[in-house]
Design a protein around this ligand. Structure first.
Ligand SMILES: Nc1ncnc2c1ncn2[C@@H]1O[C@H](COP(=O)(O)OP(=O)(O)OP(=O)(O)O)[C@@H](O)[C@H]1O
Ligand SMILES: [Mg+2]
Length: 567
């Protein structure tokens, strides 16, 4: 728990001034409310004749104080919301960024729904806790102590009532605490499961309909909701019992205080005003005491959330420290082109699946190199290694221009354009999607790239042309059209190395040929690596690597011919 607390502290200290301001406002509030009790005591005493002060002026003072108190509460409330929203936004953008620079492979161990829940609700818990926890603790303590002193000052016998409910509160908070740790974790895991389920369902509606799975999925949701409700109700029952006990205790305390007050007034020890003041104060003391004892369970809620966030933000980060050197490398060699070379590389996924062992391959500027092999042999894995999405085991990969080399790192990614397998367009217009990778691209540049990818022909037929909307995951376009848009996006970036992962698999053979021809005849000295199942591409390639026994072998002409014939 210490670790989590320190982590929260690292965020909290950024808002030190805001916390001090909020706390001071709270202290002033405590002072004013005590002063109000005092004035109201005077008022009762004046009315009941114990004190010959002026009724009207005292009454006016009390009304004024109450109005002042209301205004101050409004200011505090506004300020608290402002700060907590600001902290919330800051923590969330911070964690958003951290998730994006987290090592990709580690991140794939988490379901997106789980990541989303951690990012949204756990971060919200922290942001509301950062502001309220320490200031509220301080304010409660100051309220408790000052009220207590005021009671002792007027009649020490009433002080006894303050601690009457303490043993019960402490006992309850211990039970509450244990249950809470457990419940917090389960509830967070359950929300993550629910949000993952919904997200996956909504993004696969087509499949669900096609397999007539609607009632199955509705049933599954109901089952998940039932589990969630059962769990929450379990906790709710406990908190209702807890609050029932606390309320009963509170009532016992206030009735005893009431009886004792009447006795003291009857025996002439105190005035009516003092009695009403005590009754008010004893209520506020019990409340304050309860909120102090609930600090521990609150702290537990906070540390649980912190722990869940730390799980993700403390995963290994990608190292971009080479960024400047890569920039220089690019400047120096962009005219000659830059290639990529891997020597004796091995790689196993973290589930132990060994995909490469001693694999070597290279693609020089101006070359198109093909990686072929049956499904599941490691073509995509190799591209991920080249992009440093994953670290190689043995061996190493470099970017290379002439004799100059630099190791592949996350920073070298900026030298690549990648057309991944599957649909990876974002929602927004075609032009927006293109400018994602090159913000200053002119409309003409976008059209040129679309034309190279043989996409302009269908884009121009759309009423809005390059300003047509693409829906989520390329919606609104056919698979082959989305592939061509994705290729155009990669070409627009004009990077030295182009990686195409089955990027033309959904195109007809004629269009596929035209696209590849265009890429080859582009003047830019690009190194290009394509993975493919289709032999149409192979004759156009400088070299064809086949994956065999976790290594690459270069196919000779006969080998390529055999591949084409076998297709
Ligand atoms: N995230 C992952 N975790 C564990 N194993 C993985 C992961 N991704 C892929 N693999 C495994 O690595 C091997 C190579 O997969 P890869 O995706 O590189 O194949 P591929 O040659 O691109 O196949 P395809 O032609 O079907 O696209 C497969 O056995 C696959 O099961
Ligand atoms: Mg693949």
């Amino acid at each position: 728990m210490k670790h989590q607390t320190l982590w929260i502290y690292s965020y909290a200290r950024r808002y030190f001034k805001a916390m001090v301001f909020y706390t001071v406002l709270g202290f002033v509030g405590v002072g004013v409310s005590l002063f109000i009790s005092w004035v109201s005591k005077d008022l009762v005493d004046i009315i009941t004749g114990h004190n010959a002060g002026k009724v009207i002026s005292t009454f006016a003072l009390m009304v004024g104080l109450n109005i002042g108190m209301t205004i101050m509460n409004m200011i505090t409330d506004y300020f608290a919301s402002y700060i907590s929203m600001k902290v919330d936004a800051e923590i969330k953008s911070d964690i958003f960024e951290k998730i994006l620079v987290t090592d990709w492979e580690s991140l794939t161990n988490y379901h997106t729904g789980d990541l989303l829940t951690r990012w949204s609700s756990d971060a919200s818990n922290i942001s509301s806790g950062v502001l309220s926890f320490i200031p509220n603790a301080l304010i409660s303590i100051v309220r408790f102590v000052s009220t207590f002193i005021m009671i002792i000052y007027h009649d020490w016998t009433f002080a006894v009532f303050t601690f009457l409910s303490l043993p019960v509160s402490l006992l309850l908070s211990r039970t509450l605490m244990r249950r809470m740790v457990n419940n917090n974790k389960r509830s967070a895991a359950m929300s993550a499961k629910l949000s993952g389920f919904n997200q996956e369902t909504f993004s696969n509606i087509q499949t669900i309909k096609a397999f007539s799975l609607i009632s199955l999925y509705v049933g599954r949701l109901k089952q998940l909701q039932k589990e969630y409700i059962t769990m929450r109700l379990d906790f709710k029952r406990m908190s209702i019992w807890t609050s029932l006990l606390l309320t009963t205790m509170g009532l016992i305390v206030s009735y005893s205080a009431y009886a004792w007050g009447i006795f003291r007034v009857w025996s002439g020890a105190i005035s009516y005003g003092t009695m009403t003041m005590f009754l008010g104060l004893s209520g506020s003391l019990t409340g304050t005491l309860n909120s102090i004892t609930s600090l521990v369970p609150n702290a537990i809620g906070l540390t649980t959330s912190a722990g869940r966030l730390m799980d993700i933000v403390e995963m290994p980060r990608e190292d971009y420290s080479d960024d400047d050197r890569v920039g220089e490398f690019l400047k120096e060699h962009s005219a000659d082109g830059i290639g990529v070379e891997l020597s004796d590389v091995s790689y196993a996924y973290n589930n132990g699946n060994l995909v490469f062992e001693g694999a070597s391959m290279a693609a020089a500027p101006g070359e198109i190199v093909a990686l072929v092999g049956p499904s599941g042999e490691g073509k995509t894995t190799m591209l991920r290694l080249i992009l440093s999405l994953m670290k190689t085991g043995d061996g190493q990969g470099v970017i290379k221009s002439g004799d100059d080399t630099m190791p592949l790192t996350p920073a070298t990614r900026r030298l690549f354009s990648y057309v991944p397998q599957g649909n990876t367009m974002f929602s927004g217009t075609i032009a927006e999607n293109m400018r994602n990778v090159k913000p200053d691209a002119t409309d003409d540049e976008i059209r040129d790239a679309l034309s190279l990818a043989c996409a302009l022909e269908f884009v121009e037929k759309l009423p809005l042309g390059i300003n047509s909307e693409i829906k989520e995951r390329g919606g609104g376009f056919s698979e082959g059209q989305a592939q061509r848009l994705s290729i155009a996006r990669a070409l627009l970036r004009k990077s030295p190395i182009l990686l195409l992962d089955e990027a033309t698999s959904a195109l007809d053979v004629a269009t596929e040929r035209r696209v590849l021809k265009n890429i080859m005849h582009d003047d830019y000295p690009r190194a290009c690596i394509v993975t493919t199942h289709r032999p149409t591409v192979l004759q156009a390639c400088s070299r064809v690597y086949a994956i065999k026994d976790k290594k690459f072998v270069v196919l000779d002409e006969d080998g390529i011919k055999k591949l084409i014939d076998d297709f």
